[in-house]
Design a protein around this ligand. Structure first.
Ligand code: ADP
Ligand code: G6P
Length: 507
């Protein structure tokens, strides 16, 4: 890890912590589990390597466990950083986490306006939980610290920190997309959110598209602000303050995946999977249960591939892991039912003696199981309708030790801006396109697979977790002009014949 940007102690705050407390059965034992999701995957190695304090919600109701901090300290002992809990009541959890965060901001920022529930009660609780986070952070902070706030749960924290007298630099990073102007305008608290975000000193987005959306909202809604610069970091002048607004695609610890993929445990499991799938290509899907992940579209694409290309039958198997998530929200529960109904239909339609088309699992895999599947899979199907980044796509490539395998990637995953030239890009709403991409991946020569995978791995290695943190912290530092060029924006795949002249078409 580079030491250039190391001097400040990091105070990181996010709703999710690396560990989640859960009770097994009413009155049962309390257990600590690893938090799932891309935010934890990205931040945990950063804190482990750089040290600091991580403040967040341990996932349980206030008062259920006394002395949570001691429990959290024990669970992360020896990791090189401290974890501090913010207690939420059951009502706060409902209105702040399940409500405003996951029934207002999450669907809206993933362009799914019809899934939004703009209940005014949610906003009030969001404000007071953000204030509670701010006072917890203010109690920890020391001179010289850098305070780095993560994700959509905590967009309103900066104003409260300033009111509490905190003068340290404040950075924010949004792990999810930022919506286009017309969608953002539907949010009843649109000015309050923009105003809160502008209290940070540095705002980080995943892609140039997200930043462009944010700046368009700002320019439309606050015409007095001035935007300058055109590189990785741009500058927004608001009165006498300047807010930096940058693009920093989040990443993974490439080496950790590559090294674990070579371990004995993983190699042994890979051998087991290869003999189980002998002569068949494993197509892998790993998604949190979420409507933004487009799991039904993916299944429909797979079904169409089996219908359209009969030579795929008995020669491919889709292994689909769905990781439980936000199960108390009705839309999530309904999504599970829809996915399972579709899986059942596809099994019923295609299963033959000795072959089932889908191995479906609803649950969690440990690290060995996950990385072994990445390494053994010949195709990864990563087809979210919209995603801030999608780290599964990067983890798959990092774990592909043999340098083969094909990444089929949604053009609406943030990762596509970086990986579009070497992945097979698909529009996840186009089930025929998904079906064709599956077949193309299946038919791809080993040489082409290796060439593409090598390029993908190189990009992910070069812009790994160290690069992400260093680039972000350099942008937050005094002059803010580091290496700030080469921003990629995803281009849709142009179909053959598009805009060709009559003559071209006839020739
Ligand atoms: P999201 O953050 O929306 O869930 P990402 O693809 O960015 O989507 O991140 C998902 C993360 O969850 C990946 O880092 C993946 O390795 C991790 N993950 C997948 N399965 C599990 C699991 N069973 N337990 C913990 N983490 C998991
Ligand atoms: C996404 C969000 C994270 C969140 C994760 C898991 O990656 O950007 O902030 O932690 O999903 O969701 P959960 O609701 O379980 O925290």
């Amino acid at each position: 890890m580079s030491t250039a940007a190391k001097p400040r102690r990091l105070i990181v705050a996010s709703n999710r912590l690396p560990v989640v407390l859960s009770q097994h059965g009413e009155g049962g034992d309390w257990r600590l589990e690893r938090g799932s999701g891309g935010l934890v995957t990205a931040l945990e190695p950063v804190l482990r390597e750089r040290g600091g304090v991580w403040i967040g919600w341990p996932g349980i109701e206030k008062g259920k466990v006394t002395n949570i901090d001691a429990l959290l300290a024990r669970s992360t002992a020896g990791q090189g950083y401290e974890v501090k809990g913010v207690d939420l009541t059951a009502r706060q959890r409902d209105d702040f986490y399940l409500g405003f965060s996951n029934q207002v901001i999450w669907p809206l920022f993933h362009d799914l306006l019809t899934q939004c529930n703009f209940d005014p009660r949610f906003w009030k609780t969001y404000r007071n939980v953000n204030a509670q986070f701010a006072s917890r952070i203010a109690g920890e902070v020391r001179e010289g610290d850098f305070i780095w706030i993560h994700d959509y749960h905590l967009m309103a924290v900066a104003r409260d920190l300033r009111s509490a007298g905190v003068a340290q630099p404040l950075g924010f990073f949004l792990h999810i997309p930022f919506p286009p102007l017309d969608l953002f305008l539907t949010l009843p608290w649109r000015y309050r959110i923009l105003d809160s975000l502008l209290a940070f000193d540095l705002l980080g987005f995943q892609t140039a598209r997200d930043r462009r959306n944010f700046l368009q909202c700002l320019e439309h809604m606050a015409p007095d602000v001035d935007v300058s610069g055109d590189g990785r970091v741009q500058f927004v002048t608001v009165g006498d303050r300047t807010v930096r607004v940058g693009v920093f695609p989040v990443s993974i610890d490439f080496d950790e995946f590559a090294v674990t993929a070579q371990s004995d445990d993983v190699s042994e499991r890979v051998a087991g999977l290869r003999s189980e799938f002998l002569g068949r290509t494993m197509i892998l899907g790993v998604d949190r249960l979420d409507y933004s992940k487009g799991i039904p579209h993916k299944l429909q694409g797979y079904r169409l591939a089996l219908e359209r290309y009969p030579d795929l039958r008995e020669r491919v198997t889709l292994v689909q892991l769905v990781v439980p998530s936000r199960e108390d929200i009705p839309e999530y529960f309904q999504m599970k039912e829809e996915v399972e109904r579709l899986v059942g239909q596809i099994q019923g339609q295609f299963t033959r003696s000795g072959w089932v088309p889908i191995h479906y699992q609803y649950g969690r895999w440990d690290r060995t199981e996950l990385i072994a599947h990445y390494r053994a899979a010949g195709i990864a199907l990563v087809t979210p309708l919209k995603d801030g980044m999608n780290l599964v796509a990067k983890e798959y490539c990092a774990s592909s030790l043999e340098g083969k395998g094909v990444l089929v990637l949604s053009e609406f995953a943030g990762a596509s801006a970086q990986l579009q030239d070497h992945a097979l890009l698909v529009n996840p709403h186009d089930v025929e396109g998904i079906a064709d991409a599956i077949y193309r991946a299946f038919m791809m020569s080993t040489a082409e697979q290796q060439r593409r995978m090598q390029e993908l791995r190189q990009i992910i290695r070069d812009t790994g977790m160290d690069w992400w943190v260093d680039t972000y912290l350099a942008a937050a530092a005094a002059d803010g002009h580091g290496e700030f060029s080469d921003l990629e924006t995803t281009r849709p795949q142009v179909p053959p014949g598009f805009l060709e002249t009559e003559d071209d078409l006839q020739s």
